[in-house]
Design a protein around this ligand. Sequence first.
Ligand code: UGA
Length: 368
Amino acid sequence: MPRIALLGCGGFIGSHFLDAFLTDPSWTIEGWDWTPAKIKQHLGHPAFTFHPGDLYTFPGLEDALAKADVVISLAAICNPSQYNVRGVDVIESNFIQPRLIADMCARRGKWLIQFSTSEVYGQTLSHWTGGGEAPASLYELDEETSPLLLGPVSAQRWSYACAKQLLERYVAALHREQGLAYTIIRPFNFLGTRMDFLPGRQGVALPREVEGLPRVLACFTGALLDRSPLTLVDGGHVRRTFLAVEEAVEALRLMLERPGMAKNKIFNLGHPGNEITIRGMAEMMREVAADVTGDESYLELPLVDVPALEFYGEGYADSDRRMPRIDKAANLLGWTPRRGLRGILRVVLEDAFQTHASRPIATVSLQE
Ligand code: UGA
């Protein structure tokens, strides 16, 4: 029975991976994370062993990884509100620590599936100084040909992307020089339930400077639950593409089932058909909230513009547009994302209102 070591099994992606893989009797999974808060439903499953705490101080970690067929490395700080205020921790958790895992996999001959980020592509459009419309090659991002355009060191935001890029280069070098088998995944804004945390609602009672802010989905969800304004950083003009996390996990399944197609490659995982400005996403989330609750007053919640300096502090910078080319995943894995953004948001907001709001929700269909 194939055995998976899942580092960071208790996070957003890890928890959805367990949902999908523990219903299939062909896998056994050994997982590590600080807390099982998001995966309590899987504790005690006969095919799942969970180790709470700091995985990097786990006694015998290398021997445990050596027993696995594949090591999936997810553990990292991946929240933009932290990049410009906790640079040391960000570089530690996105390069220095996962580098140790890559070394262990190289020594033990294990296939490493390393999660990277779409942020390695960097600022994209703001590099265009040519006047007129920027060429599509600056924002339609290809694993093999696109440049990786990071900003200056003073813009601390890029420490995260830089650490991930170095990790990718390190893993590729281990492949060339020591025969490490690897797959690198660049996620383009996965969405789903259990993403990040809802400030003040999910038991994270740390000061804001330590806790930080969640990513945009949880920020907007929290605002809707509180009936407070949705905050648009610099007017919400930047664009993102969004992918259902379940479809990302499906791509992982295809990789595990077709290792010959997946090994020693980098894959973008995203849904280019779900591109929207952040302002457009805020408007859509108000509409979906009104629909899910049957309460039209959600449509009137204000959208408030806030400068990035005020919202995130010094050193924040942004990626303005990033659309994945996904031909490689389509051609090699037969993977094509299908779920539209409105339907994804509906599942997230139904869950949020059911879990956190006292107001009863209207009966709605999930078919979108
Ligand atoms: C983040 C991470 O840095 C990446 O590692 C990760 O790959 C990516 O999310 C992802 O989820 O795949 P980013 O897209 O900038 O990158 O994350 P968000 O915090 O969700 O921000 C998206 C946009 O919304 C940014 O322009 C941000 O300024 C804006 N935003 C965020 C708002 O306008 N209002 C908010 O309340 C929060």
